[in-house]
Design a protein around this ligand. Sequence first.
Ligand code: A3P
Length: 336
Amino acid sequence: LREEEEKPSEETKILISSLPWKIDYLGNKLFNYEGYWYSEDILQSIPNIHTGFQPQETDIILASFYKSGTTWLKALTFALVQRSKHSLEDHQHPLLHHNPHEIVPNLELDLYLKSSKPDLTKFLSSSSSSPRLFSTHMSLDPLQVPLKENLCKVVYVCRNVKDVMVSVWCFLNANKGVDWGDFRQSEKIIRAEDYSLEAIFESFCNGVTLHGPFWDHALSYWRGSLEDPKHFLFMRYEDLKAEPRTQVKRLAEFLDCPFTMEEEDSGSIDKILELCSLSNLRSVEINKTRTSSRVDFKTYFRKGQVGDWKSYMTPEMVDKIDMIIEEKLKGSRLKF
Ligand code: A3P
């Protein structure tokens, strides 16, 4: 298949122009499509995914709201499923030479943003080697179309929304030079230096964030995991931090590649955790020095602390968001 930049169809353009829109904390125009907020270009990736993405049964999709532990989940899953091919002690291990985002492509940004026939061989884990790994920040709803045809495994990592907001805020401030408005080809109103936790907080509370509302996003995968636990695994960043060995074993079992007794005895789980630890990935040369098209790789690795929000949010903010969460998650048995 040849990758070609495709122009959005007239039908897509007409649809987008008819959608309600609002401005988010980046000053970007977000459109509400079937309950979720998207920038114009990411919205255009949805028809591309629907026509072009054909999951295989052995594929693994790593789903998350941004700043919820995506980078960690990518590294852990890659190390796990490729452990017979890439020895965990090998100095040439791909995770020691590439950023996890270079290994596992994001469906809507790296692959289907402008094409329904992307070049999958550009990324180590989406080329023909099985299992193929993909990631997405989209909710489960727009993925239902390709998944209905061909079901594969989907792993979602959820994180406390207050820590997500603080992480978003720090990430934006660490990448101040990045023109997110241009990136998203949307109307830019707020300038980089205006990013504030308060503005991010208000957008999250109103649900108007890219791929938001946050709670609906988490609930979509939560319900998926309740209805079909064989294909959907719901993980939590906080659990991964508190009991990493148990969670990695859970992930391995879900992905049908459980650890053998010999592997357990020889410390394979600890080797994966060490390889993918925040301190190790941060110290990898490429993550210290390189920049993707826009973002410094080092800014993907900050503190990784559970409850960091306590240092930044006022009691009023905490009360407000806690009340919203209680209301939004009522009756779902989901907690975060
Ligand atoms: P903080 O900003 O709270 O430190 P994402 O990968 O979805 O962008 O999420 C980024 C968050 O995950 C950041 O949180 C980052 O520090 C943390 N993180 C990145 N790599 C990690 C790792 N290997 N282990 C634990 N946390 C990690």
